[in-house]
Each structure stands twice: as C-alpha cells, then as structure tokens.
Design a protein around this ligand. Sequence first.
Ligand SMILES: Nc1ncnc2c1ncn2[C@@H]1O[C@H](COP(=O)(O)OP(=O)(O)OP(=O)(O)O)[C@@H](O)[C@H]1O
Ligand SMILES: [Mg+2]
Length: 371
Amino acid sequence: MTKKQEKTEDEEVVEETEVSDTHESLLETLQELMAADGEISDEEEQLFDQLKQLLSSDSEQPKKSQIRGILTSMSKVDGKADLEESTIIKEYLASLPDEISNDSDIHEEIPDSTRDLEIDGDAHMWIRDLDLHYGNAQAIYNVSIPFKRNSVTALIGPSGCGKSTLLRCLNRMNDLIPICKVDGSIELDGEEIMGRGADLVTIRRRVGMVFQKPNPFPKSIYDNVAYGVRLHYTPSRRELDKIVEESLRRAAIWDEVNDRLHELGTSLSGGQQQRLCIARTIAVEPEVILMDEPCSALDPIATAKIEELILELKKHFTVVIVTHSMSQAQRVSDYTGFMYLGRLVEFDKTSKIFGDPSKELTARYISGRFG
Ligand SMILES: Nc1ncnc2c1ncn2[C@@H]1O[C@H](COP(=O)(O)OP(=O)(O)OP(=O)(O)O)[C@@H](O)[C@H]1O
Ligand SMILES: [Mg+2]
C-alpha cells in the first residue's frame, strides 16, 4: 500500500492543497529566475506556459516525467543549465510523489529482475544485475540486458529514466563521474569488464561512442579520423591514409569530403560532422558502437542518412542506440529495451515491442500516452 492510500480523506485534501501551493511557488520562482537573466525569450515563455498548463490541469495528476522534461528544457534555454535553476528543479521534483508509486497496477508490472530474458544465439555484450547510484540516489535498478552481435538494440523511455546512464556503463564512461557507483556485471564477448584491473583504454577502443551533439575536434577532417588511431599505435603514412579513407567511406561521407581532407572538421554541416564522428569511432576498429540520440541535433535529411548508415554499420559492428523517436527505433533496431524510472520494463524484438508489447506500461509509452 502506498503512503497516499494510507491517508484519511481529510489528510488527502490537505496534501492536494500543499502540492498546488508548491506548484504556485515553483512558477513564481521560475518567473523570477527567467526575468533575472534579462529578456524572457519566446522559447522560455512557451515552455513556461506549457508547464503552467500541465500544473494547473485538474483532469489528471501531472506526470513527474513530463514536468521534468519541461523543466530541463527551460533550464537549458539560455545555453547553460545554471546551478540555481538545477537546484530548484531537483528539490521540486524530489517533493513530488513518484507517479509510479501511486499506481499499484503499473508497479506490479515492473520485474525485479529480467534475468530470464532469452535471446537467440550469443549476445556480444551482457549487462547483468546492474545497480547504479549517483551519490545516494539510485539511477539503475537491477537491470539485465543482452546486446546481440551484429544487431541494433534501441533503448527507449522517458527523459531521466536512465538510458544514457546505462549506455555509459557499456564502455565504463561512468568511471569519469566521481559520485557514480556501479554494481553488477558487464561481459564483452564473454569477458568481464567491470573488474578493478580492467584496461579502460582497451575497453573504450573496443566499445566506441557517438554523442548526441556532433563533437569533432578543432582539427582537420583527416586528423579527426587519424587521432584515435595514433593514440593506439604508430602507423606509416600510407597505412594511416588507408585507414582514414576506409573509415570515411564506411561512415558514408568520403564522397563529400575527399577533396577537402585538410579543412577543419568543424567547417562541415551538422549531419556531416556526425558522420565524421562516426568515422572517427570506426577508425580504431571497435566491436560495439554506442550512440546516444545521434540524430537529435540533425534535420530530417541528415537523420535519414545516419539511419541508413546505422543499418550498414550493423553488418560489421554491434550497435546500441538511445533514441526518443519511436519511429527511429522501429526503423533501425532489431531489439528494443523500454526503461522507466531506472528499471528495464520490457526487452524484446523491436517488432514485438511495437506490435504487441507484453506490458501495459510499454503500450502506454509507445502510444505516446505518457513521457
Ligand atoms: N552526472 C550525474 N550526476 C548525478 N545524477 C545524474 C548524473 N547523470 C544522470 N543523473 C541522474 O540519473 C537519472 C538518469 O539520467 P539519464 O541521463 O541516464 O537519463 P536519460 O534516460 O538518458 O534521460 P534523457 O532522455 O533526458 O537524456 C536522472 O535522474 C539524472 O538526474
Ligand atoms: Mg540521455
């Protein structure tokens, strides 16, 4: 039984008034913060109206994940999530009841462990029984998930559910966050990579990563691709030329840049920069490529090119992609894991997840009823 259910009717009324008071004071504080920055931009105003509408709607209890999404976007409008805003948002979210704990039917749907998942053939990577904390806050709860070789696996779920956190575990990028503590096992080709003695440089070469925002180095196109290779060994000029050309070809960008290899990588368009970053990742011959919302900063044409490329890449690599786009997950992935509040709710073939999901919560998410 949840705390809310234990309360008497009178207490319930008091609690509802308190929640709306909290809403009111949050709106006031946000308005002050927005005004303190100088002009309130149209984008800020739009997000603020959206938030106000969400908080004042009496038809349905506002969803924490939706509120979090809007607040996060608001805090990034001026290009930086400033500390004061982040602290207010964190405190406010902590004061809200967890929507999941108010919905006992859904709660029962979340498995404690997904240990019995089966996958045809061997998985290239396995996460098993993974728990992750940032300080005292748990962000991942007992997640187990396989990543099948030469397949694309999509991780989907509402903002803040732990997709990026889980993805970063796969090449131990979370080691760079001092407050992050990970328990559990991750196997790469049958080899445990979570041990203290694991060689992080080798793991990050074998498991490459492409980020949400294209981030070429301020170097030439050639040097962007050659950079990682030079870190691992010293190839001859001819060898390096070959690696650079091949990587750019495999990233489907060679034809667009072969006559300007010595121009800056940052001079390319957003979509080209993202393919350059994919070429840079491929150049060190990884086995697995992680992609965290690789198309979210791109227009539809550049997105279509990356999606086409992903389908090509899986012939050589195992791909794990985080995406907010349901249609993208359906177009590019073979398997899909749906995450919610740090749990893996459902994992299956993509056709099953989107055609006939086993869990009501998955059905609600993929049909856009929350998140
Ligand atoms: N470096 C960090 N320090 C502390 N907490 C963090 C850190 N990174 C993420 N978190 C918290 O962990 C939880 C999961 O965050 P994560 O970024 O993995 O979510 P996500 O599913 O990728 O969300 P989005 O779709 O918005 O990118 C959130 O509650 C977030 O606030
Ligand atoms: Mg993320």
